[in-house]
Design a protein around this ligand. Sequence first.
Ligand code: AMP
Length: 175
Amino acid sequence: MTQIAYLGLGSNLGNRIRHLNVGIRLLEKQAGDVLRVSPFYESEPWGYQSPNRYVNAVCELRTELQPLRLLDCCKNIERQAGRKNKTSDHYEDRPLDIDILLYGNDAIDCPRLTIPHPRLAIRAFVLFPLSDLIPDFIVPLTRKSVAQLRDEITDSSDSDRVRPLPPLSSSSHSL
Ligand code: AMP
């Protein structure tokens, strides 16, 4: 059975736009059909200090992979894009990070995987691109739409840390 999943991609090392485009192409090859990709945004590192800003986007994926298989696939793609194993328990700079934000209407909570992504509702760099794709989708467990969550966060300081990238810089991701 196929499912529609939304994946958050981020990069803050090297050629960040290229890393996102590589990630999208590998998802297309290894995880399913990438139906749509949001505009690209630039954001401050979240949860730690670094001079390297992130480029972020969200992609809409039609997949036959079950959630844990999809997680394994995302982790493999991160490695193929040059990500090394973590050297600490803290957030670190990385060429590519892929988070599973949503998997249909499923709510999953197991040791390796929580869906909806546990920090989805408090991250402007996720809510802005996600609301470009599915503003009216009601996020499981929250009873709120993606646009509502985005508007709530727009009132907080987190939204100052995210800005759209000019369309030209992300145009190469069109499939
Ligand atoms: P990372 O953001 O790549 O450092 O992810 C750290 C760990 O978070 C992964 O190894 C996953 O086991 C776990 N995790 C839990 N929920 C999720 C999710 N929804 N998407 C991606 N990783 C998740």
